[in-house]
Design a protein. Structure first.
Length: 282
């Protein structure tokens, strides 16, 4: 049942229960075509359902945040968009996900080509056992014909966007495995950005980062919208309110509410959404 809660939160997202206000993005996002259209997606681990009939659009050149408590299906949905379930025999996906009108869940889709178009940064960093430089350059070497000068520039640009260049610019020949956990996470982000995918999926990309690095990554996400579509899983509601144009709230594998971030945080339509963003549920 839907409840009209338009007066539950005043403009600006100030919680009536005395919690800190959310700094939601001002105004509604400008119109944008749908890049990914999620239609009636379900997911099962063996016989255990994890997602139930999920449907909502992901708009091109915008940031869409997936929020909700742990275990609600956010990361699972992100993996569906990258066909990661294909790697496991006991994981099953139903429904459709249309990328520019093509169902990427169809059996005849080339998964390697898809993953070049839809890149993903997982929550647990996974650098390759090679140099920092080669970690960033490997995707470009496989998919593009670049000169050494072009490759060097693209590697540096990706590392700068990932707020890592100042720390590793003089250590590019060192093993990526020698980096700290937070540095490895930013390296994986640089590796994904370097191949310039059309869609970038980010699973808690800032969970291991300090506030300065987090702010730089958020700036990068804002810049990337001019060339990519971004989907981010985050437990940080303030982050979702700051950077996302659209937000989807998931709970127990169901989509509770989807809409413009300003609307969802300031005047949610569903009572469960209000309970979650005000801290009374989760």
């Amino acid at each position: 049942m839907r409840h009209d809660l338009k007066t539950s939160l005043p403009p600006g997202g100030v919680d009536p229960h005395g919690l800190a206000p959310f700094s939601a993005r001002a105004g509604e996002p400008s119109p944008s075509p749908v890049k990914l259209d999620i239609r009636h997606v379900g997911f099962r681990f063996g016989s255990t359902p994890a997602l139930h009939d999920i449907s909502f659009p992901i708009h091109a050149n915008r940031v869409t945040a997936l929020i909700g408590p742990s275990g609600c299906g956010k990361s699972t949905l992100l993996r569906v968009l990258n066909r990661m379930a294909d790697l496991y025999e006991d994981q099953h996906v139903e429904g459709q996900v249309l990328l520019d009108g093509q169902n990427i869940l169809a059996p005849d889709v080339d998964v390697l080509t898809l993953r070049r178009r839809v890149g993903m940064v997982t929550q647990k960093p996974s650098p390759f056992p090679m140099s920092i430089y080669d970690n960033v350059a490997i995707g470009m070497r496989l998919n593009e014909e670049l000169t050494k000068v072009q490759l060097d520039q693209r590697v540096e640009d990706a590392l700068r966007r990932a707020a890592l260049w100042e720390e590793v610019g003089g250590l590019l020949d060192h093993s990526a495995l020698s980096l700290s956990g937070g540095q490895q996470q930013r390296l994986c982000l640089a590796r994904t950005m370097a191949v310039r995918p059309e869609v970038i999926l980010l699973d808690e990309p800032c969970s291991a980062l300090d506030p300065i690095s987090t702010a730089r990554i958020e700036e990068t996400m804002e810049e990337l919208k001019s060339v990519s579509t971004l989907v981010i899983v985050t437990h940080n509601l303030q982050q979702a309110a700051r950077i996302a144009d659209y937000t989807a709230f998931l709970y127990l594998g169901e989509l509770v509410e989807f809409g413009a971030t300003t609307q969802l945080f300031s005047a949610p339509r569903e009572e469960r959404t209000l309970s979650y963003i005000s801290g009374r549920m989760g």
